[in-house]
Design a protein. Structure first.
Length: 354
């Protein structure tokens, strides 16, 4: 029993006392660290400075080749039908075609019977008696006008019937040319890179024929109200897109050859090569402030000093830009122009994962 009593005393008094001592030591250590630890900054006599110095990455002006190829995402579109309007006012006579017929420009579609007004005569006899010829009703006279197709293609609508009255300028038919166009919208950067576009493009349709040449390349803006304003149909704009990735409303289009089997509504990519240069001075586009005609780079001196230097610019492929004047080959420049903090989508073309 004595041994049991002694063990109980140890558990009841000694262990709690030891636990308190441990906690007391921990508390004293924390107080010392918080209030009495020597401050390294006091020995230095000033505020703390960073332990590492980050230098701005640099690049150099090199000599190489550049090809200005712009890839535009677009679709295959059916060319708009031409509208046929009545060229005379009168009554429809003979209808010569039907919907679905293939017509050429100038093909007769139907005729219009146009009444001809005559001036009434007032001549009479010398005795005052009425002239029988003057009082007899005149036989109405008419002339026939033929309305023709305004372009070649397939007649898709014909909105006239025999003996129907028509007026001048009334839409009476539509002719679909049956041709296709590859077209796409341009971003701000692409529009600047296509200031002097060529006359053709290379078009690729996923799942379709091989890459084919598309001729009669043109650039322009769509008609008002087309809704092509850089946002989707719900008005959503990609928050990760940079200002240079914003659609401007300008479009590029070219004619699909007749022997290429594609269909309206298919997606397509237009690769447009608007110039190439070999053996020219090049700098990364990130090092240049400006993209067209004139810009500036920051040249690094032997002592590390940065000097803003104006340069003239030529072609660009989106990664490098041609330097036509302002710096020499081998010049050391900042890889990133100061103040260029534009945020780009890493999954966009030319991005880290693009």
């Amino acid at each position: 029993m004595a041994r049991g009593t002694e063990a109980g005393v140890v558990r009841g008094y000694v262990f709690p006392t030891l636990r308190l001592l441990v906690w007391a030591v921990i508390a004293v250590a924390l107080v010392y660290l918080a209030f009495f630890r020597p401050d390294a900054r006091a020995d230095e006599g000033g505020p703390a400075s960073p332990s590492a110095v980050l230098d701005s990455p640099e690049a150099s002006v090199t000599r190489g080749d550049v090809v200005n190829t712009v890839s535009v995402t677009g679709t295959i579109e059916a060319d708009a039908a031409t509208v046929v309007k009545s060229t005379a006012a009168g009554q429809v006579g003979r209808v010569r075609v039907a919907v679905g017929d293939v017509v050429e420009q100038g093909t007769p579609l139907f005729t219009v019977v146009v009444p001809v007004e005559e001036t009434a005569t007032t001549s009479g006899t010398t005795s005052g008696a009425p002239d029988a010829a003057a009082t007899a009703p005149a036989v109405p006279r008419t002339r026939t006008v033929t309305v023709t197709a305004t372009g070649p293609g397939t007649l898709t609508t014909l909105d006239v019937l025999p003996q129907q009255d028509v007026t001048v300028g009334q839409e009476v038919a539509r002719v679909s040319p049956g041709t296709l166009t590859a077209a796409g919208s341009l971003t701000q950067e692409q529009q600047f890179r296509l200031l002097s576009p060529p006359t053709s493009a290379e078009v690729t349709v996923p799942g379709g024929p091989g890459t084919f040449s598309c001729t009669d390349l043109t650039t322009g803006t769509p008609a008002a109200g087309s809704g092509d304003d850089g946002a989707d149909q719900q008005g959503f704009v990609d928050p990760f897109s940079a200002p240079t990735d914003t659609l401007t409303g300008a479009r590029v289009s070219c004619r699909v050859p007749a022997d290429v089997r594609v269909f309206a509504g298919l997606s397509a990519t237009l690769d447009i090569t608007a110039g190439r240069a070999t053996g020219v001075l090049l700098a990364p586009v990130t090092a240049v402030r400006g993209r067209v005609d004139n810009g500036a780079v920051w040249v690094l001196g032997d002592d590390g000093a940065q000097t803003e230097t104006p340069v003239t610019l030529g072609l660009t492929d989106g990664v490098n830009v041609e330097i036509t004047g302002g710096v020499e080959e081998g010049a050391r420049i900042l890889q990133f122009a100061p103040g260029d903090d534009t945020v780009q989508d890493p999954y966009a073309p030319g991005g880290i994962y693009g």
